[in-house]
Design a protein. Structure first.
Length: 157
């Protein structure tokens, strides 16, 4: 804990990593609660993956999401039942099918992004100029941090 007797000590990299991880998780949780459309984080992630990569085979979606094929099959069944995705025949292989977003799925993703963006904009507006400037500088750093993590598993050292 910090004392008021002197300047704050610079946190260690591990302390900073812990604080950053917690705040990112808490922000993500708050955004999901506000703008989840009644879907789980996994379902939202699958919709976003289908949107960004285009129609996908179930196996490709499972790989992209890092989940087992039976799980992705149940997930797609749920999303299809909700009218957010549709299965279409794969033109390259008539024996298989692709999963694509429906107009309702595209609309839901757009609506949820708008809600999440508005929530952050309102919160950011409540910050002082110095904090807003710090955020401007921090976003590119967070993007580089995300890129540095890639798809790698945590390293035990």
């Amino acid at each position: 804990m910090r004392s008021d007797a002197g300047p704050a000590e610079t946190p260690t990299r591990a302390e900073l990593a812990t604080r950053a991880r917690l705040v990112v998780l808490r922000l993500a949780r708050r955004l999901r609660r506000t703008a989840d459309g009644g879907l789980t984080a996994t379902q939202l992630s699958a919709l976003a993956t289908i949107e960004s990569r285009g129609p996908l085979r179930l196996g490709d979606l499972a790989t992209a999401e890092g989940i087992a094929p039976p799980t992705v099959s149940r997930l797609v069944d749920h999303l299809e039942g909700a009218g957010l995705v549709r299965r279409q025949t794969d033109a390259r292989d008539g024996r298989s099918f692709l999963v694509a977003l429906t107009p309702a799925g595209v609309g839901l993703l757009a609506e949820l992004r708008t809600k999440g963006t508005r929530l952050l904009e309102c919160a950011m507006a409540s910050l002082g100029e110095d904090d807003q400037a710090a955020l401007v500088a921090a976003v590119p750093v967070l993007e580089r941090l995300h890129d540095a993590l890639g798809d790698a598993s945590p390293v035990d050292e």
